[in-house]
Ligand binder design. Structure first.
Ligand code: DLL
Length: 432
């Protein structure tokens, strides 16, 4: 099933010609409208008018998350704020937020690309879609919502959380497609069991999961426990949000919406292209976005091209599920967390030592983050009540900085192992 067959199945040569034309337009637009890009291009003596092949993109500079932060909030927008109809932000990063904007045309494009992904996964206008992603600055809720409406499905905008109510509604409203993170889907399966509900008695048929890494084993478990077909979909706010890539019914890799995004897969150290089929970092250039185009955005997500043609007939390149990251970003309960954010909070709190461990676990299909931190003797041996208040204050600061709850465990000075070289402060025990 295709949403836009002509585009999704176009010949590779037509696609490349379209990409080149759009790339030229995008480069010219950012050079004209965004001083950040104009200055960088000038420094490197790059003239977008002279670009005459897709490979020419390799002369252009990368865009990093830090560039978005440095230009906070609107510095990288390519249209006046008057033409921006929506603003989103990368999940959970209050202290280091990155802000992205959409013009009216961008919202239409976004809805279309998400509709493509839903359609590719098998969803039709006859389906009832329960969207259990958070609605807000996170792109998951609104992104999937607009796409599902564009498709013509019946949308239940339930948002995240309150699992029992989710299940009640799923039962009563006869939900046929569930949209959330893969870990939340497993949590739902657990809660269904606790509630004595047999998933086979529900109307559920499809699950569209994304926003965090997961594995083939997890897919099998979800499929079996919920009696559905689970597909993976990928995106990131800096590039658009969901809608960048998604699996078709073959469930064997994600088709990238290449008519709107130019991808490169590079060795994260040398920044040279990897050999075909090898794992590398996904780098994305938007080809049609108006308000917030990005040039060679380093996603830090690791994947590889799947060179074999897909039996579904789509010609867009497929990439494997995301296999990890080339930086230390963690995704906890769907929220992006950098260890440096936690470190920064700890450093501000008197009585803590600069030695900590982050332990990430998955308990009952829910992520749990424990911060073990060394504290000075006087605090460690403080009376219980005082210690509890201390822990509470750290927990509150963490919650407001990270946007998620964490457990704090105080340990005595000099108990955490010291490192000689690169410190391994994060222990991720989740087996995905
Ligand atoms: O997570 C956008 C999204 C929402 C995608 C809903 C799919 C569904 P951010 O909050 O900016 O945006 O986080 C982007 O999440 O760089 C990846 O590391 C990770 N990620 C997103 N989708 C997947 C996936 C949204 N399917 C970051 N598999 C990205 C693995 C994913 N990781």
């Amino acid at each position: 099933m295709y949403w836009q067959k002509e585009q999704e199945c176009m010949s590779r040569s037509d696609l490349q010609a379209l990409q080149l034309e759009r790339l030229q337009t995008t480069l010219k637009r950012v050079a004209t409208n965004v001083p950040f890009y104009r200055n960088k291009f000038n420094e490197l003596h790059l003239n977008p008018d002279k670009l005459n092949s897709l490979d020419g993109i390799r002369d252009y500079p990368f865009t990093l998350k830090q560039d978005l932060r440095d230009n906070y909030p609107y510095g990288l927008f390519a249209v006046p704020l008057r033409d921006v109809v929506r603003v989103h932000s990368s999940s959970g990063t209050t202290g280091m937020a990155t802000v992205v904007g959409y013009s009216r045309k961008d919202i239409i494009l976004w809805s279309n690309l998400v509709a493509r992904i839903l359609c590719g996964a098998g969803v039709t206008p006859d389906d009832v879609i329960q969207i259990a992603f958070g609605y807000g600055l996170f792109t998951g809720g609104f992104g999937l919502h607009y796409g599902a409406e564009r498709l013509g499905a019946s949308v239940i905008p339930i948002s995240a959380g309150n699992t029992k109510r989710q299940i009640q509604i799923m039962q009563d409203f006869k939900t046929t497609a569930l949209v959330c993170t893969p870990s939340y889907a497993l949590k739902m399966a657990d809660v269904m069991m606790d509630m004595g509900i047999n998933p086979n008695g529900l109307s559920l048929r499809y699950g569209l999961f994304g926003a965090e890494p997961w594995s083939e084993a997890m897919r099998q478990e979800i499929n079996e426990r919920l009696g559905i077909r689970a597909t993976d979909n990928y995106g990131l706010s800096e590039v658009m949000g969901p809608g960048v890539a998604g699996e078709c019914g073959e469930c064997n890799g994600l088709h990238v919406n290449e008519d709107h995004f130019l991808i490169e897969i590079l060795d994260p150290d040398t920044l040279e292209p990897v050999k075909p089929g090898e794992v590398g970092e996904l780098v994305i250039t938007t080809l049609t976005k108006e308000a917030f185009p990005v040039i060679r955005y380093r996603t830090r997500d690791l994947t590889r091209r799947l060179p074999e043609p897909c039996p579904c007939g789509r010609t867009f390149t497929r990439v494997s599920r995301m296999m990890g990251r080339s930086d230390d970003m963690l995704i906890i309960k769907g929220v992006n967390v950098f260890p440096t954010q936690i470190e920064a909070v700890l450093f501000e709190i008197e009585g803590t030592e600069p030695h900590y461990r982050l332990i990430v676990e998955r308990e009952n299909n829910e992520d749990k983050l424990t911060v073990m931190v060394e504290v000075v003797e006087s605090i460690f041996f403080d009376e219980m009540r005082k210690q509890r208040a201390f822990v509470d204050s750290i927990r509150k600061r963490m919650a407001s900085e990270l946007g998620i709850g964490v457990n704090i465990q105080l340990v005595e000075e000099r108990t955490l192992e010291r490192f000689n070289g690169k410190g391994a402060r994060v222990i991720d025990k989740r087996k995905l």
